[in-house]
Design a protein around this ligand. Structure first.
Ligand code: 13P
Length: 251
C-alpha cells in the first residue's frame, strides 16, 4: 500500500510572531512540491491561527489537546478549538507531555480519539527510553504503548511517530537497522490491530532528524516521513530535510 509521506515539524515551546517569517519562507520553499508529500508545522498555540493564515501548502497542527469537549478546564484547549483555528493535525502523547504532565497511554488514547472526532489527524507519539532499549525491551515497550494509545475506532488518517526518548534533542539516533526493525514491528502491529486501516497509517521517525541524516533515515523501509523538532524551527534546515526525501526528488 502506498502511503503519502508526511514530514512534520514540532516547534515545541519555541516561536514568536516574528518566527512566522520562517513559516512563510517554508511555504515558499515547498510551494512546487504539489501533493507528493505532506508538510506540516505544529507551532505553539499562541501562533496557531496566525500560522494558518501564512502557511500556504504547509498544514498546521496543534501540539496537544484536552481529551474532552469544550468545558471548564482552565488553560486547556479542546481539539475542536484547534480545528476551528485551522489545524489539520494534533500531536498527542509526545514524551515531553508524558514526562511533564503525566499523560498515560489511556490519556493519550482519549486525546487521540478527541482529535479524530474533531476532524484532526492525531499524531500519536511512542518510544522507548535508553534503559528500555539497553534491556532489549524497546520493541515490546513500543508495541504496548501502541496497543494502548490508539483509539479503537482509529482510521487510516491516524499517524504514529516513533520517537525514541533518548534520541530527542540529543543528536543521537538509532541505526538504520534499529529504525527499520522498529518500524516493521509497528507496521505489523498496526495491521494486526486495524487491518487495512492499519496498513494505511503513516509511521514517522522522530529524534534528532537533521539535514545531514534525513536521507539515510528516509531510505529505511517502512519509514513514512519524520517528526522533526529543533531542525524545524529554521525554514532552510526543514526545507533541506524535506528535499532529502526521495518523493521530493522525483516530482
Ligand atoms: P528533535 O528533532 O529536536 O530531536 O526533537 C524531536 C521531537 O521530539 C519531535 O517531536
Amino acid at each position: 500500500m502506498s502511503r503519502r509521506p508526511l514530514i512534520a515539524g514540532n516547534w515545541k515551546m519555541f516561536g514568536r510572531q516574528a518566527d512566522l517569517g520562517e513559516l512563510e519562507a517554508l511555504s515558499t520553499a515547498v510551494a512546487d512540491l504539489g501533493d507528493v508529500l505532506d508538510v506540516a508545522i505544529c507551532p505553539p498555540a499562541t501562533l496557531l491561527a496566525a500560522a494558518c493564515r501564512v502557511a500556504g501548502p504547509v498544514r498546521i497542527g496543534g501540539q496537544d489537546c484536552h481529551p474532552g469537549a469544550d468545558g471548564p478546564h482552565t488553560g486547556d484547549l479542546s481539539a475542536a478549538m484547534l480545528a476551528d483555528a485551522g489545524a489539520r493535525y494534533c500531536i498527542v502523547g509526545h514524551s515531553e507531555r508524558r514526562r511533564d504532565h503525566g499523560d498515560t497511554d489511556a490519556t493519550v488514547r482519549a486525546k487521540a480519539a478527541a482529535a479524530a472526532a474533531a476532524g484532526l489527524a492525531p499524531i500519536i507519539c511512542v518510544g522507548e527510553t535508553l534503559e528500555e532499549r539497553k534491556d532489549g525491551r524497546a520493541i515490546a515497550v513500543v508495541e504496548s504503548q501502541l496497543a494502548q494509545s490508539i483509539a479503537e475506532m482509529a482510521d487510516a488518517a491516524t499517524v504514529i511517530a516513533y520517537e525514541p526518548v533518548w534520541a530527542i534533542g540529543t543528536g543521537l539516533t538509532p541505526t538504520p537497522a534499529e529504525i527499520g526493525a522498529m518500524h516493521a514491528a509497528v507496521r505489523a502491529r498496526l495491521v494486526g490491530l486495524f487491518g487495512a486501516a492499519g496498513a494505511g497509517m503513516r509511521v514517522l521517525y522522530g529524534g534528532s532528524v537533521k539535514p545531514a541524516n534525513a536521507a539515510e533515515i528516509f531510505a529505511v523501509a517502512d519509514v513514512d516521513g519524520a517528526l522533526v523538532g529543533a531542525a524545524s524551527l529554521k525554514a532552510a534546515d526543514f526545507a533541506a530535510i524535506i528535499a532529502a526525501h526521495p518523493a521530493a526528488a522525483v516530482r
